[in-house]
Design a protein around this ligand. Sequence first.
Ligand code: AMP
Length: 487
Amino acid sequence: MSTTRLYDIREDDRFHDECGVFGVHRNGGAAALTALGLHALQHRGQEAAGIVSCNGGTFHAERHMGLVSDNFTSADVIQRLKGDCAIGHNRYSTTGEPALHNVQPLFAETAVGGFAVAHNGNITNARKLRSSLRETGSIFQSTSDTEVLLHLLATSPKSSMIERFVDAVRQIEGAFALVALTRSMLIGCRDALGIRPLVIGDFEGSFILTSETCALDIIGARYVRDVEPGEMVIITESGIESLRPFPDTASRFCLFEYVYFARPDSAVGGLDVYDVRKAIGAELAREAPAPADVVIPVPDSGTPAAIGYAEGSALPFDLGIIRNHYVGRTFIEPTDQIRHMGVKLKHNANRAVIAGKRVVLVDDSIVRGTTSLKIVQMVREAGATEVHMRIASPPTRDSCFYGVNTPEKSKLIASRMDLDALSRYIRVDSLAFISIDGLYRAAGEQSRDPAKPQYCDACFTGEYPTTLTDRAAVKPAPQLSFLEPSH
Ligand code: AMP
């Protein structure tokens, strides 16, 4: 492990993870089902994927950099990863150079047996926990925040696996949707606020746990219910047992899952993502009408909101930008230079529907501003006479510390520019973002309750629903950083 990588992480001052998780209990094709589930969740992380299976007490693990389809779709996956239980994980991280030792599921052989875990979210007190665990002799194999869980479980004074796991999750803060595998149990757990999604499915009598319902659909599994915020489910031969390890609190599901992160064909947090996105578009049309001839989505993530906007404003909808599907998500590229190229590689204007028209462009969010800048230029070059931009989320002004990869605050363009400056920068005739209340309405609420917000909206409001222990420690005193240079 190079010192450079350690410094990279330190400079970045936090972990970045975007992840999808999947688990299956007691099905002969466990590894193949997991590979399919991860394939459906590929949008949640494209850097690496891993599967751990369990075959009557023996664990098998494979972790690879790259896409699920590059590594796990050959027919022999069941031979390589034997067993009738498996968990899997997709990951995107930017912790320096690609690092296989960080690829999940993580596995440890503990005094109470083998334990594998896959995590979607971010543990916001991982550095603090890690440094106290190291002081008492824990040796870490990765730089992943999730590894603290294994050490907390391995060193817990409790006697059973479940008691130890409960003990471990009670010590972690932040966002976590976890699936874990022992020799006899598949376990799922969501943090008390339920920031990240986790659902239960049924495939031919076998229980499935996964981030989104699209991973159930791909294998033809039936949606049973969500794992509740703050709930731990334990799946054994005898069925599902439910525990409540945390004090009761109101849930704060992530609004950005609806805006961008989850797939539009999934239902998360009890709502269909597609419906919410269309409703956002309709709200936006009410809040910010535009004098235009045609509504054009920035594909693919802006499409459902653009449909809602077109319906809400009674304007025609057309595909004025065509996306090349063989290029990954623009945002998920490591350097600014590649990210700039990525936008050109990914989108092309469809002149036939743009030339001579006043266009409303609808996109889901503006993060760094790179996409909007390029797209607006492209649409103007294709002959649009006016370009009005409508954004299906409020300005992204703060970083996410809960498992959605966002740049640090200074790189978020809306944290540096007001609406006028931003519309001049991306060169639009008008620019509007949906209001936070409008977004809440689209997500089924009357408005945002300022005293008790119903969702996690920290990236739009800067109000973080949990303590950010590591951040508080690192910012004023960088010497307390989680990773010191190696001695
Ligand atoms: P930007 O060029 O940085 O403004 O990118 C904004 C676009 O990136 C949005 O329109 C989304 O489609 C996409 N996006 C927003 N947030 C994320 C994220 N956390 N991960 C990947 N892509 C994102």
